[in-house]
Design a protein around this ligand. Structure first.
Ligand SMILES: [Zn+2]
Length: 331
């Protein structure tokens, strides 16, 4: 192994099998693509691009918060006892590295990881400083020497509208469709968006919420973690359907479709209404996360990494670059 970077500090990071952190003999993997024997894998949340592909038959230890673990058992059929559960604020020790999950505000159970060794590194995973109606927002973003920040919406062109306004628009659309005698059907990701949509209708309307598809399986797995009022249908009277896909429908019933995703700010669908409801921080939210952590250096991953790094330097005056694939000493 050839290590690069300024001398002195022994703590190194790289983008390899997920995000790898090494300090002396101690090594951990954050959101890796696969598990490794004898190396802890820490999973921020249960979206598939953050979960080891072999988690159904892992060869190394895997850790996640209880809500993330519950979803992983349903979605990825993990063996009994996998992943090991670690609650928000509990600290795991791996040799001289300590790791503490903190709420990330992205989807139920989603965590940032604070890694403490020779320096403090905050890995945000997917993050949303506002949280949502169904997601605990980060109660604090700890000051850190290094931040590794996601960049999904890391471009100034990817600012999202006020999410409370979007929630109201979703409910108004569904109510008007229902008044016309049709059934409103809203498609969103099964983890995160579906629960946010259910909670939105629970909070802002008295419509019955029918959940179907994988969204139903994931929502059921989160019973006990998120307080949601929903049914499995078929739905009587005025109701709204939330699903991860547009379901086939009974002959004779009229449906109107909508999609809920932040990506409609980039491309609007032709055949459905569209609402820019996002579980991610937008461009300004990502800058806020970095500013609150107040690091010496910010390393960007996943998405618009170059654009976000440029903005962090220009807007915040904090050194920033995409996390390299070669070992890098950030301090
Ligand atoms: Zn995610």
């Amino acid at each position: 192994m050839i290590l690069e970077g300024a001398g002195g500090a022994d703590l190194r990071v790289r983008l390899g099998n997920g995000i790898e952190v090494v300090q002396g003999e101690d090594r951990i993997l954050l959101d890796p693509a696969r598990t490794e024997a004898g190396v802890p894998s820490l999973v921020t949340h249960a979206h598939s691009d953050h979960v080891p592909r072999d988690v159904g038959r892992p060869i190394g230890p895997v850790y996640a918060t209880p809500a993330t673990a519950a979803v992983m058992r349903v979605r990825y059929r993990t063996p009994p006892g996998v992943p090991s559960e670690v609650g928000f604020g509990e600290t795991l020790r791996f040799g001289d590295l300590r790791v503490t999950p903190l709420p990330a505000g992205h989807v139920p159970g989603s965590a940032m990881f604070l890694i403490e060794g020779e320096a403090r590194i905050l890995y945000t995973g997917d993050v949303n400083p506002r949280g949502g109606l169904s997601v605990e927002p980060p109660d604090s973003i700890p000051r850190s020497d290094v931040v590794i920040v996601e960049s999904t919406y890391g471009s100034p062109s990817l600012a999202l509208p006020d999410q409370d306004e979007v929630r109201l628009e979703v409910v108004e659309w569904a109510a008007s469709v229902a008044r016309s005698g049709a059934v409103p059907v809203i498609r969103g990701y099964s983890l995160g968006k579906a629960q946010e949509l259910i909670k939105t209708f629970n909070s802002l309307s008295n419509m019955e919420v029918v959940v179907s598809g994988e969204a139903l399986a994931v929502t059921r797995a989160l019973d006990g973690f998120v307080d949601l009022d929903y049914t499995e249908g078929p739905g009587g009277g005025r109701h709204v359907v939330v699903s991860n896909r547009f379901p086939g429908w009974r002959p004779g019933s009229r449906v109107e479709r909508a999609v809920a995703t932040g990506w409609v700010v980039v491309r609007r669908p032709r055949s459905a209404a569209a609402f820019p409801l996002s579980s991610h921080a937008d461009y300004w939210g990502l800058l806020e996360v970095v500013e609150r952590a107040d690091p010496e250096v910010a390393l960007t991953v996943a998405g618009r990494t170059r654009e976000l790094a440029e903005s962090i330097e220009k807007v915040l005056g904090i050194g920033s670059r995409p996390l390299p694939s070669r070992w890098f000493s950030p301090i």
